[in-house]
Design a protein around this ligand. Structure first.
Ligand code: ATP
Length: 519
């Protein structure tokens, strides 16, 4: 469920603790562009590693590439982006704010669903043990009426999207009496198409320069390298190519922190298969990608599949993995069955034969593709917002305080262990450095000697450090330290010789990978 208060807190926390800064902040910032700070970059790199290794290391038939951001302008004609990478936009004449018409309608539909959810909650509270949800949903008049409203709206909306009928999109907004969230008015302009690609010029003499685009997705870099990789890697179908890289979109609605940015990163994998096998591979990748998310143990009910309202004309199936962000359930990842559309288009536009000779059938054909595409920044936001917590701690003197803690999965945590000498003298810093030197080859650790030990614990709770290692006078005598666990705040006395094993057990990604199916 949407929780704007938590969202505000997460944004403030991300800045205060060096995760995310507004781009060019000292110049008042650049809208929908963000920089990752000292802790943010570590978390981001760990997410990348988790994704990359789950694709490239775990699957012997998936390899990675790193293609350039700039590509030949024909690529974007072939892919359809020059002609059709548009969003339908609409302006509110009173607030002068611009919206995506499709998003306004989707959010309106979501609100009707939320009303149904509330009815269920109310009835559940009223009837307690006697409550049967399925019967309630199937019989309650108000619920049925709302459900019917959602169904008819969905049908109308899908038809409008599929026929690119901009007047109809506007009419839906008018008929549903959707108001501008800022001005509260229904004073809308017509719906227009807006191309999302940024362009720039290649070459130093601008008059002669050609327009080139900043890629709006990384996938095309994979398609145009299909032949290179297949031949040089002697790849046999089915096989995949993975890539992580920047993408750029001139988003109309860009007011949701790193959820929707104008410069962002994608992690995409194109899986090339025999035509006819798309259904089973689509199901396979749906399952595997969901396992990848669930391995992080985000808690129950955080993810759901959402099938697309509008299928691209070449697509045979498409679904989103949605996450329960503090702004509501929203798309985190897309899984698409794209037929042979992309490779065929590049074959047509480049004039080069892009085919696979299948030794088993003795035939040549253009492979089909299943794509998995996840936004790295959205994944980052899901991890950050899901791990953010405020806990009431009762103190010994009877008072209480709030501890802010990021319960990030240890494998993704920016810093794995904090090395803390109890005081700054008596040889404790020297001993602490010895321990740091033991661990730093394997783990990102942080040495800290400033402030009381309690304050240092809190600081590390706030950035999600799973282990704090405290060095005191006893350490000098018997080589033991106190290890404090972030999630439980429990403290234990252990030997220095055991630190590594305890950290390793929790931060090694192997445990995550073991929960993901391979075939
Ligand atoms: P949306 O409907 O939210 O605009 P999309 O369907 O256009 O997303 P895709 O083209 O399928 O998105 O891109 C794949 C993934 O890239 C998305 O699931 C999302 O995680 C990420 N992504 C897309 N646009 C952005 C953006 N502007 N900022 C951050 N991440 C993005």
């Amino acid at each position: 469920m949407a929780n704007p208060e938590i969202f505000k807190k997460v944004i403030a926390h991300a800045k205060e603790y060096g995760f995310i800064f507004q781009s060019s902040e000292i110049y008042d910032g650049l809208s929908a562009v963000y920089d990752y700070g000292q802790n943010g970059v570590e978390l981001k790199n760990n997410i990348k590693k988790y994704w990359w290794d789950s694709m490239v290391k775990l699957n012997e038939n998936i390899v990675g590439i790193d293609s350039a951001i700039f590509m030949h302008p024909e690529v974007w004609k072939a892919s359809g982006h020059v002609g059709a990478f548009n969003d339908p936009l609409i302006d509110n004449k009173d607030s002068k704010k611009r919206y995506r018409a499709d998003v306004l309608i989707e959010e309106h539909r979501e609100k009707i669903q939320e009303k149904i959810d509330k009815e269920v909650e109310k009835a559940q509270a009223k009837y307690a043990d006697k409550f049967d949800k399925d019967t309630f949903l199937a019989t309650n008049a108000r619920v049925l009426e709302r459900k019917q409203k959602i169904d008819s709206l969905t049908e109308r909306f899908q038809n409008a999207l599929n026929s690119n009928n901009l007047e109809e999109l506007k009419q839906i907004i008018v008929d549903e009496e959707i108001v501008c969230p800022i001005s509260g008015s229904k004073n809308w302009t017509d719906v227009r198409q807006f191309n999302l690609m940024f362009d720039t010029k290649l070459g130093s003499v601008s008059e002669e320069a050609d327009i080139i685009y900043l890629r709006p997705e990384t996938a095309q870099g994979i398609f145009v390298n299909y032949l290179n990789v297949q031949k040089t890697g002697r790849m046999k179908l089915p096989f995949g190519i993975a890539q992580i890289g920047k993408a750029f979109r001139n988003e109309i609605v860009a007011r949701q922190f790193i959820f929707r940015m104008r410069e962002f990163e994608q992690m995409e994998m194109q899986f090339f298969i025999r035509p006819g096998e798309q259904e089973s591979w689509f199901e396979h990748w749906k399952k595997v990608r969901m396992q990848w998310h669930l391995a992080l143990e985000p808690g129950n009910g955080k993810y759901r599949f959402h099938d697309h309202d509008k299928l691209a004309h070449y697509a045979t199936a498409a679904t989103d993995i949605e996450f329960d962000f503090p702004i509501g359930f929203k798309e985190l990842e897309g899984i698409h069955s794209r037929s042979d559309f992309d490779l065929s288009q590049h074959q047509k536009f480049s004039g080069k034969k892009i085919q696979y000779f299948d030794p088993e059938t003795n035939t040549s054909y253009v492979p089909f593709v299943i794509e998995t595409s996840i936004g790295l920044d959205r994944m980052f936001l899901s991890v950050l917002s899901n791990s953010f917590g405020e806990e009431k701690i009762d103190k010994e003197d009877g008072s209480s305080e709030i501890r802010t803690v990021l319960k990030i999965h240890p494998a993704l945590a920016p810093i794995k262990a904090a090395i803390l000498p109890l005081i700054k003298k008596d040889g404790l810093p020297e001993k602490a450095y010895q321990i740091l030197n033991l661990l730093k080859f394997d783990y990102n650790c942080q040495y800290e000697e400033k402030d009381s030990i309690g304050k240092r614990y809190r600081r590390h709770d706030a950035i999600g450090t799973p282990f704090c290692i405290t060095i005191d006078h006893q350490t000098l005598e018997d080589n033991s330290v106190t290890i404090r666990y972030r999630d439980t705040m429990l403290q234990e006395r252990i030997s220095v010789d055991n630190i590594k094993a305890i950290i390793e057990e929790k931060v090694n990604m192997r445990k995550l990978f073991e929960k993901i199916e391979n075939r």
